[in-house]
Design a protein around this ligand. Structure first.
Ligand code: GLU
Length: 417
């Protein structure tokens, strides 16, 4: 699922290679890290509403659990592939280590187009998938969460199916649930909110004023919406926004809550009053202070990276920039806050949800947001300090931090037998 043809797994493996070379890591440990510990492929037969039987393919990849149970979302998209899920599972391992929460990394996906499915078909597919992977997940084994085109309702179906199979209610088997079922306050907004916090910290560290800073957001889904709203409330000017159908631009600024209301009403951001229409490619090339790619992977690649005019890129999506693009951007002096830090707010609050669930507690929104804020500010500072210490860019610093924490855990556990 990418804007170019590069294999996402090759891309993350080349990032890992650059990082382990910089760290002077034992080649054996590097070899362990390039492999996923467990890979599950399941076929999911389903009777569609019209009576036809279709067979869907689902994946759950468990990359590494040296630091704790596997953790990561499940995405539903027609371009989901095994290599993409493997790459995203590996990214989860680094992400959880960078923000220092006690989890490993996993990812799941089903190859399907939810836009063409009824709610009943989505429910049955989710329940069938849960049944197929039920022996590999669990509160202390692997804890799924939402990702692209899955949400709190999807998590409720997984929780219910898993609980029916266990014979008792197990809310802690998934995070990102509806609040009524043990979901955490603030979880839905957490990824976008976290992206906004990282952008604010970045502005502070680069001495850029936040007030009136121009921001462009590619992707107006859960991450983009909440990032734009939070940044707007921090005083930034959102000048460009886009969804899968195209983008809108207004140099005077767009009100993200009004754009969202327009999108809910019409199905797209396009046609928002007072805005100019752009393509999804053009939106990435707008002149701005901060560009937030918050849509699909590999949107910034070898061919368009040279046209990016933003001063800073804050990666709200997973893997929006290829390694070739990274090189071009860094030559052009574009500062980049990498995905494993910039979109880690989601899994951070997933962790808080899991802690609440296993302790049978429910915290207030203020408490959750305070923890998110303080943990992310610390993570940003740690990555910045590592960047200064190692003389590398933010991506390599974040990866270096995540990868070395996982490598230390593997070394301390030792190899069995
Ligand atoms: N899917 C989200 C991510 O890529 C959240 C994962 C989680 O909460 O476990 O970070």
């Amino acid at each position: 699922m990418s804007g170019d043809n590069k294999n996402p797994y090759d891309n993350i493996c080349s990032q890992l290679e650059i990082c382990t070379t910089q760290l002077g890591m034992d080649p054996g440990i590097h070899e362990i890290l390039t492999h996923s510990k467990l890979i599950h492929t399941v076929s999911l037969p389903l009777t569609m509403d019209n009576g036809e039987i279709k067979v869907f393919t689902g994946y759950r990849v468990q990359h590494n659990d040296a630091r704790g149970p596997y953790k990561g979302g499940i995405r539903y998209h027609y371009e989901v592939s095994m290599d993409e899920v493997k790459a995203l599972a590996m990214a989860m391992t680094w992400k959880c280590a960078v923000i220092d929460i006690p989890y490993g990394g996993a990812k799941g996906g089903i190859v399907c187009n939810t836009k063409e499915m009824s709610i009943g078909e989505k429910e049955h597919l989710t329940r069938r998938y849960t049944t197929a992977i039920s022996q590999f997940i669990g509160p202390y084994r692997d804890v799924p969460a939402p990702d692209m085109y899955t949400d709190a309702q999807t998590m409720a179906w997984i929780m219910d199916t898993y609980s029916v199979m266990q014979g008792y209610s197990v809310p802690e088997v998934v995070t990102g649930k509806p609040i009524e079922l043990g979901g955490s306050e603030g979880r839905t907004e957490a990824t976008g909110r976290g992206t906004a916090i990282c952008l604010r910290e970045c502005a502070r560290s680069l001495d850029m004023p936040l007030k009136d800073a121009t921001v462009v957001v590619q992707g107006f889904g859960n991450v983009g919406v909440h990032a734009a709203m939070t940044l707007s409330s921090m005083g930034c000017r959102i000048i460009g926004l886009s969804d899968s159908r195209g983008g809108i631009f207004n140099p005077e600024g767009l009100d993200p809550s009004k754009v969202l209301a327009h999108k809910i009403e019409t199905g797209s951001v396009l046609g928002y009053p007072g805005s100019e229409e752009l393509t999804n490619e053009e939106i990435l090339e707008l002149e701005c202070d901060f560009l937030i790619p918050a849509a699909l992977g590999h949107q910034i690649h070898e061919k368009n990276a040279g046209n990016v005019k933003a001063r800073v890129i804050v990666e709200g999506a997973n893997g929006p920039t290829t390694t070739e693009a990274d090189e071009i951007l860094s030559k052009n002096g574009v500062f980049l806050v990498p995905d494993i830090l910039a979109n880690s707010g989601g899994v951070m609050v997933s962790y808080l949800e899991w802690v609440q669930n296993i302790n049978r507690q429910h915290w207030s929104l203020t408490e959750v947001n305070q923890q998110l804020e303080s943990k992310l500010v610390t993570a940003y500072k740690n990555v910045w300090d590592m960047k200064e210490e190692m003389g590398v860019n933010m991506r390599d610093a974040a990866l270096g931090m995540g990868v070395s924490r996982v490598a230390n855990a593997i070394q301390q556990l030792g190899l069995f037998p």
